[in-house]
Design a protein around this ligand. Structure first.
Ligand code: ADP
Ligand code: MG
Length: 332
């Protein structure tokens, strides 16, 4: 690359903020037209992309050090749901003028921390100016033994349905972020309020579970638009139905407290977005082995129901079938 003072402002920006994240030789220090990725021998590359736009997916005053991390984690969650391990990612940013150096510095620092924590190096990207709102898009690559990607379309009647982590926290976190008075109405402690908001700002991809998903799941999916709608998508793809017992859904203490104060919150909790947990199905005779492997990986998994013949995902709570006005987050 040319000496610093010959570089355009765009090149300088890329070199300053993003080159430090390009830690693998195949990224050529972001100094070439493209990067080279060699998947491990005998492996497929699993590819996915996901992004955010200011005002649509995040609030303009969300902390910048968490925004890049969130977008990377959204992609890592997809890679994990398919049973793959991270290999690297591409980053496309569209920035409104004037460039906010403090924002960009914090954004790149957070992103770099996660890239090294999850061993998912930056390989390249694109940097543009936009007359519209700021947007960040990541394309991520994972690897797994050839032909073993876990599909949405392969659940079978009789399978158990499990989810990782806890459900509904982020949906409550968004509500709290938009209306300060809710924390009091839900009688949340400061720690409970902080927990829910943090779950919205910073998902916890279950990367440690990828191999377990690949070894045991009959089907799996990343929950990004709400458990109800996403499980319905998995059922549709598999040509099956599911019966879910809402009383068994894993909830954080904070979500339980909110739900006790306002039982109607069950709807946004099950149909709001941003959980970034995994819903998976498996043959019931593999439950014991999956539980042991998940425990070893340090990821909580909870059985919430089972797959049946038919169509749709049915959620029952206290003997009643829930119906959702809007089962999944949808942009349109
Ligand atoms: P082009 O003009 O072909 O789009 P650029 O000059 O934009 O190429 O990019 C030069 C190099 O910088 C490429 O390797 C590209 O992958 C990398 N790059 C550009 N923007 C980013 C970014 N936001 N993050 C990481 N790499 C980037
Ligand atoms: Mg470019």
């Amino acid at each position: 690359m040319a000496a610093n003072d010959d570089m355009s402002a765009e090149e300088r920006l890329i070199a300053r903020y993003f080159r430090p994240l390009a830690t693998v030789p195949g990224a050529f220090g972001l100094g070439d037209d493209a990067a080279v990725v060699a998947p491990p021998p005998g492996c497929d590359l699993v590819v996915t992309t996901d992004g955010v736009i200011a005002g649509v997916h995040f609030l303009p005053d969300d902390p910048p050090e968490k925004i890049g991390r969130k977008v990377l984690r959204m992609n890592l969650s997809d890679l994990c749901a398919k049973g793959s391990k991270p290999v690297g990612f591409l980053l496309s940013v569209a920035l409104p003028a004037p460039i906010d150096a403090a924002w960009l510095g914090a954004f790149a620092k957070g992103l770099g921390d996660d890239a090294s924590h999850y061993r998912c190096p930056l390989l390249g990207g694109d940097t543009d100016h936009t007359p519209g709102p700021l947007s960040v898009t990541i394309a991520a690559f994972g690897a797994l033994p050839r032909g073993t990607m876990v599909r949405r379309a392969t659940a079978k009647a009789g399978d158990s349905v499990l989810v990782t982590g806890t459900i509904g926290d982020a949906a409550l976190g968004v509500l709290l972020r938009k209306d300060e008075t809710l924390a009091k109405r839900w009688r949340l402690s400061p720690a409970q309020r902080a927990h829910l908001i943090d779950r919205y700002l910073l998902p916890q991809p279950r990367t440690a579970l990828a191999e377990v998903v690949r070894n045991y799941a009959s089907a799996a999916m990343d929950i990004s638009d709400g458990l109800a709608g996403d499980l319905a998508k998995l059922c549709r793809a598999s040509g099956v139905a599911a019966a879910i017992n809402v009383a068994r859904a894993p909830l954080s203490d904070a979500a339980r407290a909110a739900l006790a104060a306002d039982p109607a919150l069950i709807e946004p909790m099950l149909s709001g977005g941003d959980d970034y947990e995994i819903v998976l199905t498996l043959k019931p005779d593999k439950l014991g082995a999956l539980r042991a492997a998940a425990e070893k990986a340090g990821v909580a998994v909870t059985e919430i129901g089972h797959v049946t013949a038919g169509q749709g995902a049915r959620f029952t709570f206290e003997g009643k079938t829930l119906s959702f006005a809007r089962p999944a987050y949808s942009h349109f």
